[in-house]
Write a protein that binds this ligand. Structure first.
Ligand SMILES: [Zn+2]
Length: 155
């Protein structure tokens, strides 16, 4: 089963209103994080729409990034919940369930192997990994450096 198939089985079709009603939350960012979180389309971000089971895991990452200073690696926020297919593939993106975030899209484009100039440090990626997130930068076949996703443990 792909990650997308597992989400479909666990949380249902993300195109249907029943998904958002049951699983999506407007999650306020921790106050300590807000000064450092990149703006989106010129507007400060104070909350994100995401899957309710991802919210605590996201807070842990962001608070640790603030505490370690690694949050300075975040330059742009490029979205979380959006119902769409994976680029070039005929299955839903994990973003469709509000379980993925993109950052620094211009510096970490789809398909570029990690480690180039302007890309994430290993220390930064380790914070995400330690809190149960998958870093798209780690994918061998099709690296997606901007992408961080969280699949709740039960699925
Ligand atoms: Zn993504």
């Amino acid at each position: 089963m792909t990650d997308s198939q597992r989400c479909l089985a666990a949380y249902g079709n993300p195109s249907l209103p029943a998904f958002a009603a049951q699983w999506l939350v407007r999650h306020p960012l921790p106050l300590a994080v807000r000064p450092f979180f990149p703006a989106f389309a010129g507007k400060p971000i104070t909350a994100l729409y995401l899957h309710r089971l991802a919210a605590p895991a996201l807070d842990k990452v962001l608070l640790e990034l603030v505490a370690t200073g690694l949050i300075r690696e975040l330059r742009t926020y490029d979205g979380c919940w959006v119902v769409r297919c994976k680029r070039g593939l005929a299955e839903y993106s994990i973003h469709s369930w509000g379980l993925a975030l993109d950052f620094n899209a211009a510096l970490n484009p789809l398909g570029r192997p990690k480690g180039g100039p302007g890309m994430w440090s290993e220390a930064f990626l380790n914070v995400w990994r330690r809190h149960g997130w998958t870093c798209g930068a780690d994918w061998k076949a099709r690296p997606d450096g901007m992408h961080f996703q969280y699949l709740p443990g039960a699925i």
